[in-house]
Design a protein around this ligand. Structure first.
Ligand SMILES: Nc1ncnc2c1ncn2[C@@H]1O[C@H](COP(=O)(O)OP(=O)(O)O)[C@@H](O)[C@H]1O
Ligand SMILES: [Mg+2]
Length: 254
């Protein structure tokens, strides 16, 4: 069974169709790339999958069940984690606390009591901390646990965001331009890292990324969006040689 199934999804803002009758299925444990120029609808699609928007049309199924009318926290708990195109960390919380905040969703006392420092079970506290440390080790940030999030290098902040996204133990991880602002060496490392966590955690990954070489390298399959429509889908080689993609995205002769 596909882990995620989008059936003719559309999202309108005013008169604009940001996502236009997109159908797409995602298979367990694959790394699927979504590419397309700015404004193509990539982030909107992520916002639909995570419940931030209820699509105007279409159906969205996660592991066979409809999720397109569920609130974001419910979808997160079902196992869909994400990072944001613009880094969203608590800059004046420690690295460890940023991940702990992400963990509160699964614990009984909940997010607010965690944030407000209300009394929580000692055992629960310890479980959260050891889970957060486990995740920090996975993203190679364990030694920075007590530093402020905003003191980290850019690439480290991106990895910290991924650790936080992993806190609820997702089976599907959505990464919105995780390599934005990185140099090519850092991006290369990031891609190796994404593959490693996919393998270690049996994750399915949907990756939005502009760097074509990188996308071609890491993704098993790629879908191409343009003006909200899916104009191509296939292996990197298929997409690279697709006439419509060459014309509308890669730019003829440039
Ligand atoms: N909340 C919103 N309100 C109005 N227009 C939006 C909103 N979100 C996105 N859009 C518009 O939808 C289109 C797709 O945007 P987006 O999904 O962010 O594209 P991408 O991530 O591919 O660059 C753009 O034209 C954008 O301006
Ligand atoms: Mg975007």
């Amino acid at each position: 069974m596909s882990i995620l199934e989008m059936v003719k999804i559309s999202q309108e803002f005013g008169g604009l169709r940001a996502v236009d009758t997109v159908s797409l299925t995602v298979e367990p444990q694959e790394i699927l790339g979504i590419i397309g120029p700015n404004g193509a609808g990539k982030t909107t699609l992520f916002n639909i999958i995570t419940g931030i928007y209820v699509p105007n049309e279409g159906e969205l199924l996660f592991k066979g069940s409809r999720i397109d009318r569920m609130p974001p926290h419910h979808i997160a708990r079902l196992g869909i984690g994400r990072t944001f195109q613009n880094i969203r960390l608590f800059s004046k919380l420690s690295v460890l606390d940023n991940v702990r905040v992400g963990c509160f969703g699964v614990t009984r006392s909940g997010f607010w009591s965690g944030l407000l420092g209300l009394p929580r079970g000692r055992r629960e506290e310890q479980q959260t901390e050891s889970r957060a440390m486990e995740l920090l080790k996975m993203v190679d940030l364990a030694d920075k646990r007590d530093e402020y999030a905003d003191s980290l290098a850019y690439g480290e902040q991106r990895r910290l965001e991924i650790a936080r996204a992993l806190a609820l133990n997702p089976s599907l991880l959505l990464l919105d331009e995780p390599g934005a602002g990185m140099n090519s060496g850092e991006k290369e490392e990031l891609m190796v890292f994404i593959r490693r966590i996919r393998d270690q955690l049996d994750l399915t990954v949907i990756l939005v990324e502009h760097d074509m070489n990188l996308v071609m390298n890491i993704c098993e399959r790629i879908a191409v969006l343009d003006y909200g429509r899916k104009i191509a889908e296939g292996t990197p080689a298929q997409v690279k040689s697709d006439e419509r993609v060459i014309q509308s995205y890669l730019g003829v002769g440039s």
